[in-house]
Write a protein that binds this ligand. Structure first.
Ligand code: G4P
Length: 195
């Protein structure tokens, strides 16, 4: 997606060979116009797949997921990373291990919101090692529901998540795929090469 790649070039900062900071439009401050375009683009790629709901994870997945939900006219569920006071024990729970942060967290979704007849589109802001997506897929399995695939805003093509998910037969659509962040420079992989 041209607008996203331009924004990454203009506002992203390369923190190391593996980490891209995009706090000005995706992870802290949000660019609503860009999030709208991202949500619409993900929705367009998965239109006609019979999506009944979108599933994402707090916090940075919510903005693109919300815009895709608005476009498709379906509800958006975000998995919680911490049990809130109002969430009871009526929950699907999955473990997510972050390689980046070297910690394991439980994510949860109320059983009220995913049912066996749901077809879910999973959306997240970053795809690195794919553990968050696997956790969301686990929750979909627990509900006996199905997934039409995964929409990602920024995929780090030099990490394993995208390959691992595609090898499992999961459809992954990413709006920008980073080829490398080496030497402080962002380079992109053409999306067609990974499909
Ligand atoms: P994985 O789910 O693909 O395995 O990712 P990983 O554990 O490596 O990443 C943990 C967190 O770091 C996730 O956000 C993920 O989106 C984010 N992340 C991974 N690589 C990058 C990167 O290069 N740049 C930025 N900006 N973020 C990255 P999170 O902790 O869930 O945060 P948030 O959604 O609450 O913002």
């Amino acid at each position: 997606m041209k607008e996203l790649k331009e924004k990454i070039i203009n506002e992203g900062s390369v923190l190391s060979d593996t980490v891209l900071k995009v706090d000005s439009f995706l992870n802290h401050q949000l660019d609503p116009e860009l999030m709208k375009l991202a949500g619409e683009e993900i929705a367009a790629r998965f239109k006609d797949t019979g999506i009944t709901k979108i599933l994402t994870i707090e916090s940075s997945g919510i903005a693109p997921a919300f815009m895709a939900g608005l476009t498709l006219g379906v509800p958006v569920i975000f998995a919680r990373k911490r049990k809130s006071l109002t969430l009871n024990n009526h929950l699907y729970v999955a473990e997510v291990t972050s390689f980046t942060k070297k910690e394991t967290n439980e994510i949860c979704v109320s059983k009220d919101f995913i049912h066996a007849d749901d077809k879910l589109l999973v959306i997240d802001d970053f795809l690195a090692n794919g553990q968050a997506v696997l956790g969301l897929m686990d929750i979909i399995d627990q509900a006996g529901a199905s997934s039409v695939g995964v929409g990602i805003v920024i995929e780090k093509g030099f990490q394993d998540g995208g390959r691992m998910l595609r090898e499992k037969g999961i459809r992954v659509e990413s709006l920008a795929i980073l080829k490398s962040l080496e030497n402080g420079t962002v380079s992109f992989l053409e999306e067609e090469l990974v499909r």
